[in-house]
Design a protein around this ligand. Structure first.
Ligand SMILES: [Zn+2]
Length: 428
């Protein structure tokens, strides 16, 4: 099938492009990207008034399969991904069994390939069973296809262990993604430490739990001269540490999630378990620092940390509820609010949601250069609607943005030259 995407505003930071151009897709690849292309035997996609970007890439999702299919499956997660405009996602290793061996990695890749939705890139565990004690077989995981290593969900508390893991990961050219949290500082914490936690009577987590570990991670990245990627940065202090480390040339990159630049700890004041997340939602000062970090490039990537749970698991007292917010179907509309607020330009947003995720994790995509795989997201920037969790393709509903006004909607997602999601027809 040949497709011609006509007249859209093409935004491709990999080529410094923001212009009205046509895109010709042939044999799964981008054949041409020019003004006014005419071609025979093509299906035309009219993109007038729409934004056309390289497919969005989410480097941090939890797909729950194998082991927790009642929360999400690879299929439902990948449907949510393409409905949210993502053409590729990286999935964390905290499944059951854990992705600490080739069998699980191969299972994930095989399953994902059956659905023809978004591309799936597995992240392998750093340690066996995510226990932080014995190293996972990193070479074997790499051979099976993992793109990075992380014990996400669990911090790696032992500095000596993380140092050895970084040295080993360097040999295999795999970044380590750090869930930066000193659990010893707040073993029972369920929300941010401060006045609201005191008022609610909930055990709390100070910002220092994140900052201490980011500092430690940066020092170990410097010591080993290897790449550490800080997941879900939530604190002003964390942003400052990462900025200083980058200025020194240390190999550190960082991501944050839409909830950390949109919500504060106020969101949990009615014991709203759908806003319970790890790390916890912080203060207005932190939210402002995260926005500034996105603007000045300290925070490279917007990722979702899509963490589905069954509704019944969240319908329990706040302290007992599992942490996590789903994000695949709200990441774009919530992130677009940064453009509306004048914090990011379109090009900067696409840099953080497509170009840098591909570049930092060595993934195909993130570009519309002719010859590249045809992974494309088409967005209607003017479409206004209300976010409705009941319309989500994810199995989960743990989303604090339900009912929010949104502007900007994904209308078509193309993976490997095929339309895998179309707003009017849903899935094709
Ligand atoms: Zn996570």
């Amino acid at each position: 099938m040949k497709w011609l995407i006509k007249g859209g505003r093409v935004i491709d930071p990999s080529q410094n492009l923001d212009a009205e151009l046509d895109i010709l897709i042939e044999n799964d690849v981008i054949k041409a990207l020019e003004k006014n292309i005419s071609a025979d035997d093509v299906e035309i996609i009219d993109a007038k008034g729409k934004i056309v970007t390289p497919g969005l890439i989410d480097v941090h999702v939890h797909l729950r399969e194998p082991g927790f299919e009642y929360k999400e499956t690879i299929e439902s997660g990948l449907m949510a991904a393409v409905a949210g405009g993502f053409t590729a996602v990286c999935c964390m290793a905290n499944t059951n069994p854990v992705n600490d061996n080739q069998e699980v990695t191969r299972y994930l890749l095989k399953k994902a390939s059956e659905y023809h939705l978004a591309r799936l890139y597995p992240i392998g565990a750093v340690s066996k069973g995510l226990k932080g004690e014995e190293m996972a077989p990193i070479g074997e995981l790499k051979e099976a296809g993992v793109v990075a290593l992380s014990d996400d969900g669990n911090p790696i508390l032992n500095s000596g262990f993380l140092r050895r893991a970084l040295e080993y990961a360097k040999y295999f050219n795999l970044p380590i993604i750090s869930h930066a949290e000193d659990k010893n500082l707040a073993p029972y914490g369920v929300m941010n430490e401060g006045k609201i936690a005191t008022r609610l009577g909930l055990p709390a987590i100070p910002a220092e739990a994140e900052e201490i570990m980011i500092f430690r991670d940066i020092k170990l990245a410097e010591l080993t001269n290897w790449h550490i990627h800080i997941a879900h940065v939530s604190t002003a202090g964390g942003v400052k540490l990462i900025k200083e480390a980058k200025e020194k040339g240390i190999k550190v990159t960082a991501e944050t999630c839409p909830h950390y630049f949109t919500l504060t700890e106020e969101a949990v004041k009615d014991y709203n378990t759908n806003a319970k997340v790890s790390p916890p939602l912080r203060t207005e000062v932190d939210v402002e620092a995260i926005k500034q970090g996105l603007k000045d490039g300290t925070i490279d990537i917007i990722a979702t940390d899509h963490a589905p749970h069954h509704p019944l698991e969240k319908e329990v007292p706040f302290e007992e509820a599992p942490s996590g917010i789903i994000g695949l179907e709200t990441a774009l509309p919530i992130s677009l609010k940064l453009i509306e607020a004048g914090i990011l330009s379109w090009s900067e947003l696409v840099t953080k949601m497509s170009y840098l995720p591909a570049k930092i994790f060595n993934l195909p995509g993130g570009t519309l250069k002719p010859g590249s795989p045809a992974d494309i997201t088409i967005i209607d920037p003017e479409s206004k609607y209300r976010i409705d969790v009941n319309a989500f393709f994810s199995k989960a509903r743990n989303c604090p943005f339900n009912g929010w006004e949104a502007k900007g909607k994904v209308i078509i997602t193309i993976v490997d030259g095929k339309i895998v999601y179309n707003l009017t027809h849903k899935f094709l």
